[in-house]
Structure formats: C-alpha cells, structure tokens
Ligand binder design. Structure first.
Ligand SMILES: CCCCCCCC/C=C\CCCCCCCC(=O)SCCNC(=O)CCNC(=O)[C@H](O)C(C)(C)COP(=O)(O)OP(=O)(O)OC[C@H]1O[C@@H](n2cnc3c(N)ncnc32)[C@H](O)[C@@H]1OP(=O)(O)O
Length: 227
C-alpha cells in the first residue's frame, strides 16, 4: 500500500524559516479578540498540511478557514520562551495557531502546529518530554486566555498544574499539532485537556502525548504577578 504521509521537507520547509518581518508586510486585519497576542499569516504562507489533516480529522466536513489561523506576535512578545529562545533552524520552527469558535464567537478549541528540529532531542531521535510539555502548556494557555477574552473576560490566566501522559515517542525531525479544548469551568478555575498529535508512517495521526491542566484566572491580572 502506498504511504499516505507527506514528505518531511514539504511539511517543514515554509515554517522553519525564522527570518520574517511582520511589521514590513501588509497583513490582514486580526479580530480584536486575537490581536494582542497574534498576527495574521502572510498571504503567501500556506497552512501546514499536518494542521489541515488534524483539523479535518477533528471536524470532518468542516471547511478550514485561513482567517482563523495566526502566528504569535513577536512584536508584542519579543522574549517568549517558545517563540524566541527556543526558535532555530534545527530547533522549533514557527508555530501556526488555529482557533475554532462557536456561533457566539466563543473559542472552543485551538490547534497549534509546530515544526520540530533535531535540537529538541531527549531520547536519541525523539523529542524531549519537557519540550512536548511546554508546547502543550502553550496551547492550553492560548486556548484558555483566548477563550476568556472571547467571553468578555480578562484573558489573563496562568497554569496551576499541568499533567502529561507520554503515550508514544515523538520523532525528530518532524512536526506536531497540539490540540486543546475545555474540560470544565469552576469559578476562576479553567480545566483544559488536549493532546500532541504526530503523523505515523502510514499517514494517520497519533496522540503521542495526552494532557490536562488547570488554569486559574488571575484576580488582578498579569500586572498583579509579583517577583
Ligand atoms: C499589565 C500587564 C498585562 C499584560 C498582559 C499581557 C498578555 C500576556 C499574554 C499571554 C500570557 C499567556 C499566559 C499563559 C502562559 C502559559 C502558561 C504558563 O506557563 S503560566 C506560568 C506558570 N504558572 C505560574 O507561574 C503560576 C504560579 N501560581 C500562581 O500565580 C498562583 O498559585 C495561582 C494564580 C495559580 C493561584 O493563586 P490565587 O491566589 O489566584 O488563587 P488560589 O486561591 O491559590 O487558587 C484558586 C483556586 O485554584 C486552586 N488551585 C490552585 N493551584 C492548584 C493546583 N496546583 N492544583 C489544584 N488546585 C489548585 C485552589 O485550590 C483554588 O481553588 P478553590 O477556589 O478553593 O476551589
């Protein structure tokens, strides 16, 4: 049987490049809910095939819409652990965030695509578990804070705990999609769950990590966080 998986080069090439000039490009307007943290994808940047596969598997028959895809704003977050320090040709590539909202505009799910280079190694040829946990934490944070904002709330919540189950090794070099959604809400406590998806040699998706977390909406926002 012919392998349905996509050639690695075609998966990674457009997203491994760090050199971008988000200020210099003329980008589409980003909806207000996302604007503080995300910027639009440049028109020439295709959606990563692995992201499209994950979306079509999660919501069969639902069209994938480019305008729901963003990248992280480096202008607003120049020192972010995942989007600056960990980025590099053979480390993390550039993420693509895809948000799904309901009819009222309330964010229901986020999918985050990441190219994974060889420098993210834990076990030989496989991704470090702490790296995977960081990607899931980031997706959970993106989901929780954007969901809160979409509900007219602060959008300022932090991780209280993060539980990760490692189900299978995550191959390098490669790519992954973190999927995050709501479990439940109890007052300021937002419980989220999700997984890190990778593509198996037969082309199908596999959750190499499953996770759940508690995010707590800060009483007085990020400004109240003391050193
Ligand atoms: C002007 C500036 C504005 C800037 C805006 C810029 C926008 C920024 C954009 C984007 C940022 C994205 C941010 C997400 C980034 C990704 C996620 C991270 O990596 S975050 C870093 C790691 N996390 C921490 O450093 C948290 C450290 N911990 C704390 O600060 C506190 O412990 C906190 C806030 C989590 C809770 O403290 P309490 O004082 O608010 O509340 P209490 O009463 O202690 O807990 C509330 C409820 O939660 C439960 N809870 C707390 N921690 C728990 C735990 N570990 N396990 C189980 N339950 C827990 C408690 O039992 C309580 O429950 P009951 O209300 O009684 O039912």
């Amino acid at each position: 049987m012919r392998c349905a998986c996509l050639p690695l080069e075609s998966l990674l090439a457009p997203w491994m490049s760090l050199r971008r000039t988000e200020e210099a490009e003329s980008l589409p307007e980003v909806p207000e809910v996302y604007r503080a943290r995300y910027s639009a994808l440049p028109a020439a940047q295709p959606l990563p095939p692995l992201l499209v596969l994950a979306l079509s598997q999660a919501s069969p028959g639902v069209p994938v819409r480019r305008e729901q895809a963003f990248r992280r704003s480096r202008t607003n977050f120049p020192n972010h652990f995942l989007h600056s320090a960990s980025q590099g040709q053979d480390a993390l590539g550039e993420a693509v965030y895809y948000f799904e909202a309901d009819g009222e505009g309330v964010v229901q799910r986020v999918f985050v695509f990441w190219p994974l280079g060889v420098l993210l190694e834990g076990p030989p040829n496989f991704c470090h578990g702490g790296c995977g946990a960081s990607l899931l934490d980031d997706a959970f944070g993106a989901f929780t804070n954007t969901r809160l904002r979409s509900m007219g709330l602060s959008g300022q919540a932090v991780t209280a705990y993060l539980h990760v189950d490692y189900k299978a090794p995550t191959p390098l070099p490669g790519a992954a999609v973190c999927a995050a959604t709501l479990d439940r809400v109890e007052g300021r406590k937002v419980f989220v769950r999700g997984e890190l998806l990778v593509q198996k040699p037969d082309g199908t998706l596999q959750a190499s990590m499953e996770a759940n977390a508690l995010f707590v909406e800060l009483k007085e926002g990020f400004a109240s966080m003391k050193k």
